[in-house]
Every structure is written in C-alpha cells, then in structure tokens.
Design a protein around this ligand. Structure first.
Ligand code: IMP
Length: 425
C-alpha cells in the first residue's frame, strides 16, 4: 500500500480540497479520517464549483472509492442532502463508503452546540454550530450513536432514549430549552437512512486488507494542525485530530504505513472563530486579503480573520505531522502585496520563540518577528508551469521551505485544476 496524508498547517481553509482533488486522480482510495460537516472543501471543475462538507473530494473522480472512515462524524440529514446535490449534477456516487463505526451527529447535537455557545457568552469558541463538539463528547462518554446503530432501529431507539434521559434534564434545567422526544428524533433520522444504507461498509476491514496490496490511499484531513484537540489553541479548537497521527486513529492504517505527509500552507494566514492569531492584520491590508482571497467560510459564510504567513506555525506543524513536503496555495492573492512579510519568530515575555508554545496564554502574548521579502507585483493567475513562476515568487516559496525545513512540492495560483504547479523536478 502507498499512503499519502494531506494536512492543514494553519487554522484550516488552506485549500486542502484542491490538493486532494489533484492527488485523487492518482489514488485508488480517498479517505476522510476525522471531522464532520464543520469542514468545507471547495473544488472547481471546469465551470462547476462543488462545495463538499462530508463526502471526500474523490467522489468527483469516477472509479475511485471515497471513504468516510471510523474517525469521521456523519450527520445523516446533511449527508443525504449532499448525495442528492451531487446526483443532481450527474456525479456518480456509487464509490462512496461510509464506515459503520463512524459516529452520528444526531438532531440534538447541533442544538446543544448552539445552546452551549450562547451559555459561554463572551468566552464562546465560535464553533460552526454543526454539533461536532457534542457528538465527539458523546463518543468519548460512550453515549454516542454509531452508523451501525442506524441500521438497527430497535438498538437506535434504546440508545437515543438513554442519551436523551440526561440531555433532557440539561435542556430543561440548564438551558431553559424544550426537551426532545426520543421517538421523534429517531423518526427524523430514520427517514433518510434508506438513502445512506447502501453505502455503509466495514471500511476498517477494507483498509486493513488494502494494506497487503499495492493500493494507493489518499488520506484527506479536514480542519488543521492548530485546530487539533490536543495540538491546537485549546479551547479554541475542534474536537477531533486533524494531525497526521489522527489519520491512523481514524482509519486503522498504522503509523509505519504512512509514506508521505503533505502539509498545505496558504500563502498568508486566516482563522475563523476565536483564539490567538499573532500575525492578524486588523487593517486595510487584512481587508484586502479577505476580499482578494474570498475569505468567507464555505460552511458558515463567516468572514475569516486574515494576516501574514506565520512560518513558526508551519515549522511546528512540520514537526508534529512529520511533513515530507509542502503545498503552498492562493499565492495569486499576494500579487499586489509589496513588501511581503513572513513571521519567523515570536517575542514573548522577554524570550524569542521558534516554535508554537503549548501554553495558550504565552501564545496570546507573542508578538511576531517579521522578515520582509520583495513582492512580485504581477498577475500569477496564469502560471501553469515551473518556468512561468516569477523569480520573486520562487524566492518566497524557497524561503517558506527553508523556514519549515521541508521542501515545497506544489504551488497553487488559483482555484481551478489547471492552476496547480507540481514543482518536482
Ligand atoms: P467546531 O469544529 O464546529 O466545533 O468549531 C471549533 C473551531 O474550529 C471554531 O473556531 C471553528 O471556526 C473552527 N473550524 C471548524 N471547522 C473548520 C474548518 O473547516 N475551517 C476552518 N475553521 C474550522
């Protein structure tokens, strides 16, 4: 088996979808290993734009298997709607496989997500309100519902009644909200199960058996290193493990079977939701990055916070994930910037730091140390080959590679499939 993992090196929205889409063409299995419909991958194919939240981008490549593995979360209603949308566009969805062991986002999870955010008040996380945190919390508490349970209505009804016993006390007494009727909840979910049931499989067994073949497996991370439950800026994180280690936990593929780990780096930084962001630009430059880069959430439409590229984060992500190469995206968004800044270190409490501290209060106190590079001041959206890359752009990419200690393998100059350059000699 040959495995490649794609991970985000920042706070998500790095353009992992387009790198996955490119590499999916050379893979047999395209696998999502964590997260739910808090993710949003935008893939542009010709004149059509596909916004995928749950289904791996491999679905846009006929003849491949697209797997939602054990570590993902499935919202049955959202998945059914996503399947309908793809089928309406004439996409063949027969290659989809949903792990029976994946956990389910039940109708009460988004409700709890929203109520909890309201309760946090000023300390809110800024979640996507899709129920991801509450569903993973139930998984850890062993009160979760798995996809297998959806295929067995008696088991489902029993487990939902058990889960709602405690949640209804919270709804009434903590949140002042209406309790939920277990049967009505089950009926709502069971209504879409016939649409999903044909895709449910033992994906763990499929991948364990693939380990002894020459199958090519692409593991597609959602969110990113600094939103990881452990390696992110806790508590402003998601509730899963986007790091490459999470690819093993979420699929059953062993750590020694990972061949390549590609870190996706946006040429500048963005963040949605709350939490520290040392290189944030709260000025006109930040606004212009947002407009030029269309930095509004695929899932929620929220404006993203924007700032300069933080190479300290990328270097830290390189170590945590064992990155073997980088893919730098949205380079064209910097076409007008001059000079261009890259954060190469932090000053914090009298110390200079070269990697991201695990203590968020120290991270919050960090002020960036910048290096300036000359801009290229020309339109790069037409770059299609290595020879077309302007010298200053090349210098920018080389510097990112040096600072991260990992070579840049891909450079992307726009959302279309043709706007990605493979820099491999
Ligand atoms: P949750 O995953 O909905 O619980 O949200 C937790 C944090 O992760 C929030 O700050 C979200 O904005 C952020 N987040 C979750 N998914 C994504 C994503 O796909 N891109 C960027 N940020 C995300």
């Amino acid at each position: 088996m040959k495995t490649t993992v794609i991970v985000g090196t920042q706070w998500g929205d790095e353009g992992k979808g387009r790198i996955c889409d490119y590499l999916a063409g050379q893979a047999d299995y395209i696998v999502r290993y964590q997260g739910g419909n808090n993710a949003g991958h935008t893939v542009v194919v010709g004149t059509k734009t596909f916004k995928l939240h749950l289904i791996p981008s491999g679905i846009l490549h006929p003849g491949k298997l697209s797997i939602m593995a054990d570590g993902t979360l499935v919202d049955p209603r959202v998945l059914a709607a996503e399947l309908d949308g793809l089928q309406a566009e004439g996409i063949d969805t027969s290659g989809l496989r949903i792990s029976g062991a994946a956990h389910v986002i039940m109708p009460y999870h988004p409700v709890i997500d929203q109520l909890e955010e309201e309760r946090r008040g000023a300390g809110k996380i800024g979640t996507t309100a899709r129920g991801v945190g509450p569903a993973y919390a139930d998984k850890a508490a062993r009160t979760g519902i798995r996809v297998y349970d959806l295929l067995n209505p008696d088991v489902l009804r029993k487990r939902v009644a058990g889960a709602l016993e405690a949640k209804n006390v919270l709804f009434a007494q903590l949140y002042g909200a209406k309790p939920m009727d277990p049967d009505a909840v089950c009926d709502e979910v069971l209504a879409v199960v016939p649409k999903l049931a044909p895709y449910v499989a033992d994906t763990r067994r499929m991948l364990v058996e693939a380990a002894d073949t020459d199958a090519r497996v692409l593991l597609e991370g959602a969110q990113a290193t600094f939103l990881d439950l452990d390696y992110g800026t806790y508590p402003n994180v998601t509730s899963s493990h986007p790091v490459s280690g999470g690819a093993c936990l979420g699929t059953g593929i062993s750590p020694t079977a990972l061949d390549e780990v590609i870190g996706v780096v946006k040429a500048y930084a963005t963040r949605v939701g709350s939490g520290p962001f040392p290189t944030e630009l709260e000025d006109r430059l930040g606004d212009s990055l947002r407009e030029r880069g269309h930095e509004y959430g695929t899932t929620t439409g929220r404006p993203r916070r924007c700032g300069w590229l933080d190479a300290v984060m990328v270097r830290t992500a390189a170590r945590i994930n064992g990155l073997t190469s980088l893919a730098v995206t949205k380079i064209d968004v910097l076409d007008h910037a001059d000079p261009i800044r890259i954060c190469v270190g932090y000053e914090a409490r009298g110390e200079t730091l070269r990697s991201v501290p695990s203590d968020v209060s120290v991270f919050e106190a960090c002020t960036p140390v910048y290096e300036e590079l000359p801009g290229w001041c020309c339109d790069t959206s037409g770059v299609r080959r290595l020879a077309d890359v302007p010298a200053n752009t090349r210098a920018f990419l080389d510097r990112i590679g040096e600072l991260a200690g990992v070579p840049v393998r891909f450079a992307s100059f726009g959302p279309e499939r043709t706007q990605l350059v493979d820099l491999a000699p």
